[in-house]
Design a protein around this ligand. Structure first.
Ligand SMILES: Nc1ncnc2c1ncn2[C@@H]1O[C@H](COP(=O)(O)OP(=O)(O)OP(=O)(O)O)[C@@H](O)[C@H]1O
Length: 406
């Protein structure tokens, strides 16, 4: 069984192969990168994580030849590109960096269309691609196409950076701390959006971070590096957390490894709890009937597309006085998508007034809720049995499978 079946492609074919890659700067006592050998499988996200100065950025910049290696080889899709024309190479590789580096005097459309323009696409094709990408990153083309970078929020700029990197549909994306400079809430949202996008586009991605939590969340595989880009452990997030190769890795993971395991499980991996729902056109009496027939304190109002609008308690409904349900109660505060980790869901629901997170799909349609009990179950299952939370029900029922009783 693969440890994370929903996220790996099953193909172990290396899309990027780094062979004995070294970068030594003149007058430096140690090479920035020394003899690095690493395969990045097609369609996977490989995260390079390690302390400041260990050579992550240098490694990335050698892959797209912004930095020329001193020795070693870079093989892209079976082809040795160590001596290839760097400009041509970069068109096959999307690059996203922190503080994204959008051109300030060009519109969003012009920024996203940079590479297609260099590639000689015609105007119509570029415009169509720009609009398609803006839709993909959840920004209405009609609203944002003609704006300038300074007219966007930090999170929106970062999204545009991702769109720009995707513009020519490269096989490979290099992402160097792409969400580093963003506030934690926007960051979490961008990570989730990006994972959803990746489940559709399946690019081969090398992702740099110095944040182990981000590595665990984003990586199909993680390479833990120390100085000189020495690979201390190259493994799945599960293995890194459960079987750290040595003290350096355990120190890097730091305290709370069991809590970090909440980063390994996605909302979609657990069975969601149900809550009573009514359509937005229902009357308060109907909603009250539904609520009373359930054992829960609140009913969720859905719009005609099935998207959550309000949580209503009995008191709200009693005071309705003929007003529409959508003007009563509280909007769902903690809303998460199936890609969100249980750690995200926990953070959200702790901050919310109701201690539940409402789960919606990519189109915003209601799927169920995650409550604190589900998360506690998941933690218990992980701790007690080293299992995935999908097995929680079996654990609760006292049914111990072979793995659990081992
Ligand atoms: N142009 C340069 N000349 C000399 N040394 C350099 C140069 N660029 C980087 N280095 C050194 O190479 C090493 C690796 O740097 P690199 O930027 O790759 O690290 P990093 O892991 O990305 O760090 P951070 O997490 O802080 O961004 C560091 O010791 C750095 O000082």
């Amino acid at each position: 069984m693969t440890e994370r079946p929903a996220r790996t492609t099953g193909s172990d074919r290396p899309m990027i192969r780094l062979e004995h890659l070294t970068k030594a700067y003149p007058r430096q006592p140690h090479p920035a990168v020394q003899d690095l050998t690493l395969d990045v499988p097609e369609g996977e996200i490989v995260v390079l994580v390690g302390p400041s100065g260990c050579g992550k950025t240098t490694t990335m910049k050698m892959i797209n030849r912004i930095i020329e290696p001193t020795s070693g080889r870079i093989v892209l899709d079976g082809e040795d590109v160590t001596g290839a024309d760097p400009d041509q190479l970069r068109r096959r590789i999307g690059y996203v960096i922190q503080q994204i580096g959008l051109f300030p005097h060009r519109t969003i459309a012009e920024n996203i269309g940079t590479v297609p323009r260099v590639l000689g696409w015609n105007r119509r094709r570029i415009a169509a691609r720009v609009d398609e990408l803006l839709e993909t990153i959840g920004m209405d083309p009609a609203v944002y196409r003609d704006r300038y970078p300074k007219e966007l929020s930090g999170g929106q700029r970062q999204r545009v950076g991702v769109a720009r990197a995707l513009s020519a549909d490269p096989d490979v994306m290099l992402m160097d701390e792409p969400f580093g400079a963003i506030d934690p809430i926007t960051r979490e949202r961008l990570q989730n959006e990006f994972l959803r996008l990746q489940s559709e586009v399946r690019k081969t991605i090398v992702f740099v971070t110095h944040d182990i939590d981000e590595a665990i969340k984003m990586g199909d595989r993680i390479a833990i590096l120390r100085e000189g880009s020495e690979v201390v452990q190259y493994d799945t997030p599960e293995r890194i957390l459960t079987a750290p190769a040595d003290e350096f890795v355990s120190d890097f993971i730091g305290a709370g490894a069991s809590l970090k395991r909440l980063n390994l499980s996605r909302v979609r991996d657990i069975e969601l709890s149900r809550r009573p729902t009514v359509g937005e056109d229902a009357t308060a009496e109907e909603a009250l009937g539904v609520l009373r027939a359930s054992s829960h304190p609140a009913v969720l109002v859905l719009d005609r597309q099935g998207r959550p609008r309000r949580w209503l308690g009995e008191a709200d409904l009693k005071r309705a006085d003929g007003r529409p349900l959508t003007s009563l109660g509280m909007p769902p505060e903690a809303v998460v998508e199936p890609h969100a980790t249980l750690s995200d869901a926990l953070n959200e629901l702790i901050a919310a007034s109701y201690s539940i997170a409402t789960v919606v799909d990519g189109a915003g349609v209601y799927q169920g809720v995650v409550d604190i009990d589900r998360i506690s179950d998941a933690i218990r299952a992980m701790r007690g049995h080293g299992r995935r939370p999908a097995d929680t029900a079996a654990v609760e029922d006292g049914v111990h499978g072979p793995a659990g009783s081992a």
